[in-house]
Design a binder for this molecule. Structure first.
Ligand SMILES: [Zn+2]
Length: 264
């Protein structure tokens, strides 16, 4: 692992040994892992949406008030995400999870790139890969706001201009919405409980590309620590979690995860 620049070989070697020897690993990822795939933060520096902030559009109130506006924004976001691909960090995590069956990837990202990497990493004939727990949902899925039915979005449409119709539920004809957790909404309790269950039972929690300050996800690594497991952090900058980490590694997730997780 000494080929990774700017990294203490000791810490990286230790982290690699801990991860390769662990029986149960829980991984928590955030925006940093997606940044290397070019997924934008949707803070609206560009043209059409520069006068909107996500906090004004990604809310149940905005959807109730103007669903066409919210859908037009999400179609634009989907088109940007559709142009992105899993990066070496996603791929290294997906391959590690395939080899270490008791690995659970928990992500705060909605771009679906961990799921794509998991599906792409599995060879023909492999058992279906365990899919990541997407705590904030997935932008590529629709959910019925009336009956709750979920489906993959039928099309990843190109940049949308102007009003369009709102997609309807094929089961109950209710209005569909993107299957993501909006500002002011609670995370899926069952999904969250599964994430904490894995965190309680994990030998190691690997935290990647997140400052891990937003609750309740921020409690996942602490749960593993308090149960006697190790906490390994990978982030370009120190975070509030760094002082508690068993091992904290500075750097981008793509090259670092390859060094830590790929087989020798
Ligand atoms: Zn429905």
């Amino acid at each position: 692992v000494d080929r990774v620049q700017g990294l203490s070989a000791d810490d990286a070697d230790r982290a690699r040994a801990v991860l390769q020897g662990a029986e149960r690993v829980v991984v928590l990822t955030g925006a940093g892992t997606s940044a290397e795939s070019g997924v934008p933060t949707f803070r609206g520096e560009e043209g059409l949406w520069r006068s909107f902030r996500p906090e004004e559009l990604a809310t149940p109130e905005a959807f109730a008030r103007d669903p066409e506006l919210v859908w037009t924004w999400y179609r634009w976001r989907r088109s940007l995400v559709a142009d992105c691909s899993p990066n070496p960090g996603h791929v290294a995590l997906a391959r590690f999870a395939l080899r270490h069956g008791a690995t659970t990837i928990v992500t705060q990202n909605v771009d679906g790139l961990h799921t794509r990497a998991a599906i792409e990493a599995a060879d023909v004939g492999d058992p279906a890969p365990a899919l990541p727990l997407e705590l904030h949902g997935a932008i590529g899925r629709d959910r019925c706001s009336a009956c709750g039915a979920v489906r993959e979005a039928l099309v990843l449409e190109g940049p949308a201009e102007g009003p369009r119709t709102i997609p309807r539920c094929p089961i109950c004809d209710g209005p569909l919405r993107p299957d993501v957790v909006w500002f002011g909404e609670a995370l899926d309790a069952e999904l969250l409980e599964r994430a904490f269950e894995r965190a309680r039972g994990a030998d190691v929690c690997l935290v990647v590309g997140t400052s891990a300050v937003v609750q309740p996800a921020a409690s996942i690594p602490i749960t593993t620590l308090e149960r006697g497991g190790a906490l390994i952090e990978v982030n370009p900058e120190p975070t509030p979690l760094t002082p508690r980490a068993t091992i904290s590694l500075r750097g981008k997730s793509g090259p670092l995860l390859g060094a830590l997780l790929d087989p020798a």
